[in-house]
Ligand binder design. Structure first.
Ligand code: BGC
Length: 381
């Protein structure tokens, strides 16, 4: 997706916006505005203008996870093609490294920051500094806490990701018609990443009724978020935990039927532990997220059951589009979704990620389930 392509769209949008005044609220729109901005106690909206934006700073959390390298490359390519100067950094999954990177970019004079935080809770001071310097910030994929002046948050519907993973397990085990009980274990993501709790809640809200009815059992008894979390989304820590669960709870006749796993880096560790340390013949259902290359191979070979596909080009495109709109004088709003002619679904949301104090203008894309059956339909990203 090319930035100059949506540059022309923004012109169309601008025209439509001017012609129709402020209201483009179409009843047939695929987007929905769940916002109630007037319920927040203060107005933290960004007031400075975007007309002088020339240099963009992009801060990704780590290079070791495939998706962030792809996100970083796509963002950089799109902005450079449209004539912006770009400074990019990867935080090595280290909070201090990312804070240094952001401070350096502010010192270097970037005009706008796009940040996927290593730790959603550690950037408050950097965000204040960015605001003092009139630098708008877009939180990319992961939310930044203590950032009332965030221009926008662009992500996938994180709760839906977890819900889709759980629904896959419910259908695969036909839990609505189950007479006995199936055994499951839960692997959640890094608690420093705000998304991880949304994935977990989406999945557990769907699975809990089956756990309560006895259709699902967790032999380890470990189901609360922190017991199941794996820091830094680490493959090797996930493998170690799965090895321990297998030797502690599945050594005799207990069969493992499913593992709810939040993403693909964890799924690699879980799959590897099952391959080496699980001694029953059944194939274990394993979920994932991101459609990383190694996991696509595992799905094709029957070692992983599903993943969640999040088209990164679309996420990048929405981000670039918001920047363009801001430069052209528009504030984030549902009108941007409706005027954009996106050929994929984006929801404008001001309530899901806000606090009592301020609302976050969020643009949430729709994730998709990928299995062996539809794996050929997804593109590279
Ligand atoms: C992203 C996932 C990713 C995970 C680990 C999350 O914030 O939404 O796509 O798998 O981080 O990098």
């Amino acid at each position: 997706m090319k930035l100059n392509k949506f540059l022309s769209k923004i012109l169309i949008y601008s025209l439509a916006f001017c012609l129709c005044g402020c209201g483009l609220n179409s009843a047939n729109s695929s987007t929905q505005n769940t916002g109630t901005a007037e319920t927040y106690s203060q107005d933290y909206s960004v007031t400075y203008s975007g007309e002088n934006i020339k240099k963009i700073g992009i801060c990704m959390p780590a290079m070791e996870l495939e998706r962030w390298v792809n996100d970083g490359n796509l963002l950089k390519q799109n902005f450079e093609k449209a004539g912006y100067e770009v400074e990019i950094s990867y935080g090595d999954n280290l909070i201090d490294t990312q804070i240094n990177d952001i401070n350096k970019m502010i010192d270097d004079g970037v005009d706008l920051l796009i940040i996927a935080p290593v730790d959603s809770d550690s950037l408050g001071t950097c965000m204040e500094r960015a605001n003092e310097n009139n630098i708008p910030v877009i939180a990319y994929d992961r939310l930044i806490f203590d950032a009332p002046y965030l221009l926008a948050y662009v992500s996938y519907d994180n709760y839906m990701v977890g819900a889709l993973q759980a629904e896959y397990i419910i259908d695969a085990l036909d839990l609505d018609n189950a007479t006995g009980s199936y055994n499951i274990e839960i692997f959640a993501g890094d608690p420093a990443d705000n998304n991880a709790l949304y994935f977990y809640n989406g999945a557990m809200d769907a699975l809990t009724p089956y756990i309560e009815s006895g259709a699902l059992t967790i032999p380890s008894g470990q189901s609360d978020y922190y017991s199941c979390s794996i820091s830094s989304w680490s493959t090797s820590l996930a493998k170690t935990r799965m090895d321990i669960l297998l030797s502690s709870y599945y050594s005799k006749n207990t069969q493992l039927d499913a593992v709810l796993v939040s993403n693909d880096s964890l799924a690699l560790g879980v799959t590897s532990a099952i391959e080496t340390s699980y001694n029953k013949d059944n194939s274990v259902i394993i979920t994932g997220q991101d459609c990383d290359t190694a996991n696509i191979e595992n799905i094709t070979n029957g070692l992983q059951s599903m993943s969640i596909y999040k088209n990164l080009q679309n996420e990048v495109w929405v981000t670039c589009y918001i920047v363009e709109a801001f430069i052209n004088g528009y504030s984030p709003s549902n009108n941007l979704c409706e005027g954009s002619q996106f050929d994929f679904q984006v929801t404008f949301d001001t309530t899901s990620y806000g606090t009592n104090e301020y609302s976050i203008n969020s643009y949430l894309l729709t994730p998709q389930v990928v299995t062996k059956d539809n794996i050929d339909s997804i593109t590279n990203y």
